[in-house]
Design a binder for this molecule. Structure first.
Ligand code: ADP
Length: 483
């Protein structure tokens, strides 16, 4: 079976486990590669740019403090220098541009720990600063001990006091040994991540694959006609949802299957009943009533009535299957629903000769809608025909329209007949469902009329329903969107 499937697909597909494993390994490898690259290529650059940022931002703070404060307390200025220096690992040297004072950020060391070694550096920076047009300079340098450093210098003017030169020096720690240690640690992390990733991928794939394999087994059973199978979920929302959907599909299939069986049973029964009658009455004509014109005509009348019933049943079955299959296209056009109702009403007017009281109440304005006029007329005719059929001795049928919200209109057919019990009001729209409130057999139809109506109305996006009380009558309605 598996081989067939592979042959059919032409290539071998990976199972969930190997797929997840590959994804995990590729993801782990990409992540580690990125970390390695960061370490070896970008680490140094990132460190230098972060030191630059620190130098610049701490110099800005000192400049602001010096140039903007009217009352500058020198002790707190020295404290601020000290704490900015400690926080950012940057050393400061501040001197009055006229040489009248000098402060360093290194506490208790007026010369400054590093500047004492690098007086030349400061004097180089000073020269560059004095000559610079922008009032700020920066450069990299190396001291006599071979340490690299970043040097920033800036002229700071203040309207309150003499201007100063501000120097900031950040020593760049050599990263070589640290990177070496990090690399060896990375190697351990790499191996650990790959092994852990593989184990995790294996376990989670196993956890995901097991319920899916189980579901596929159940789906096969469902395909073979076992509608009682149960699809079990797992601790995963998507798989749970899939199981719910499949359970719902199985329930629907089961319902459709039983409806199909009922349909076949009902249809065979309803086909057989008139056929039996036709056969019996034909035999009666042959054996008994053939010579009596009166009897013969009475029996032939029954045969004709039953033949009509058979023909109606067969044409309803065909009609329903046409509408349900959706193969027949509906002709869309704008038409007046009230006019359509009026046309149907006129065809039923003849029933007044049989004592029926028929009314049609229309709205003052035409009710324009879009759809297949002939199909909608078919629905109206079906509802009116049912109202006539099931109105019993009262023989009252009223067709009327009412507004249904702003954009819709409701068409209603009311009768004061046998009504439909509440628990059957939904099911009578299904094919072959008849209410338990039954009239005489002569009134029975195919039981397909309302389901044909419901199919047509659904395809028009209409809402429909009924309000009914057994023994008091019913109102069957549908509501469509007005143009
Ligand atoms: P039928 O051909 O049997 O009338 P329909 O599909 O048109 O089939 O109707 C289904 C069932 O709904 C009917 O058999 C009947 O029991 C019930 N029904 C339909 N219209 C009415 C009505 N106006 N009053 C009472 N029952 C009705």
């Amino acid at each position: 079976m598996k081989l067939n499937w592979l042959q059919k697909n032409g290539r071998q597909k990976n199972d969930l486990r190997s797929r997840l494993l590959t994804v995990f390994i590729v993801f782990g490898a990409a992540l580690l590669l990125l970390l390695w690259a960061m370490q070896s290529v970008f680490f140094e650059k990132y460190y230098q740019s972060s030191m630059r940022r620190k130098c610049k931002s701490s110099m800005n703070s000192i400049s602001d403090l010096y140039s903007n404060s009217r009352e500058l307390d020198y002790d707190s200025f020295c404290d601020a220098l000290g704490s900015l220096s400690t926080d950012n690992d940057v050393y400061f040297y501040v001197e009055a541009s006229d040489g009248s004072f000098a402060i360093t950020s290194a506490e208790n060391d007026k010369e400054g720990k590093h500047f004492s070694i690098n007086k030349n550096l400061v004097s180089d920076a000073r020269k560059m600063l004095i000559n610079s047009a922008s009032g700020s300079i920066s450069f990299s340098a190396r001291d006599s001990a071979g340490s690299d450093m970043l040097v920033y210098a800036r002229k700071v003017n203040s309207e309150y006091r003499r201007s100063i030169h501000l120097y900031a020096v950040a020593y760049l720690t050599p990263l070589g040994p640290a990177v070496g240690i990090l690399r060896s640690q990375m190697l351990i992390v790499t191996v650990a991540v790959l092994v852990l990733g593989a184990i995790l991928a294996y376990l989670s794939a196993k956890r995901l694959a097991a319920p899916i394999a189980e579901m596929s087994k159940s789906a096969k059973a469902l395909g073979e006609g076992n509608f009682d199978v149960e699809f079990k979920g797992a601790d995963c929302a998507e798989i749970d949802e899939l199981a719910d959907t499949l359970n719902h599909a199985a329930a629907q299939l089961k319902a459709a299957d039983s409806l199909q069986k009922d349909f076949m049973a009902n249809i065979s029964h309803d086909l057989r009943t008139p056929l039996t009658m036709i056969k019996s009455y034909a035999e009666m004509i042959r054996d008994l009533s053939g010579d009596s014109k009166e009897k013969r005509e009475e029996h032939l009348g029954v045969i004709i009535e039953e033949t009509d019933r058979l023909a109606d049943l067969v044409s309803d079955i065909l009609e329903l299957s046409r509408v349900q299959s959706g193969t027949e296209s509906f002709e869309e056009k704008d038409f007046d629903l009230q006019q359509a109702a009026e046309d149907i009403f006129q065809t039923y007017k003849i029933m007044e000769l049989e004592g029926y009281e028929l009314h049609l109440d229309t709205l003052p304005e035409p009710v324009m809608m879009r759809g297949d006029e002939a199909r909608i007329k078919q629905v109206i005719s079906n509802l009116v025909s049912n109202a006539v059929k099931y109105s019993e001795d009262d023989k009252y049928v009223r067709l009327y329209f009412e507004a249904d919200g702003e954009n819709r209109v409701k068409f209603c057919v009311e009768d004061h007949g046998i009504g439909v019990p509440e628990d059957q009001q939904d099911s009578i729209w299904n094919r072959y469902q008849r209410s338990s409130q039954r009239g005489a057999r002569s009134k029975e139809g195919s039981g397909l009329g309302l389901s044909i109506c419901s199919e047509i109305l659904k395809r028009h996006g209409a809402l429909y329903g009924l309000k009914s009380t057994p023994g008091e009558g019913s109102v069957f309605w549908f509501s469509v969107e007005k143009l």
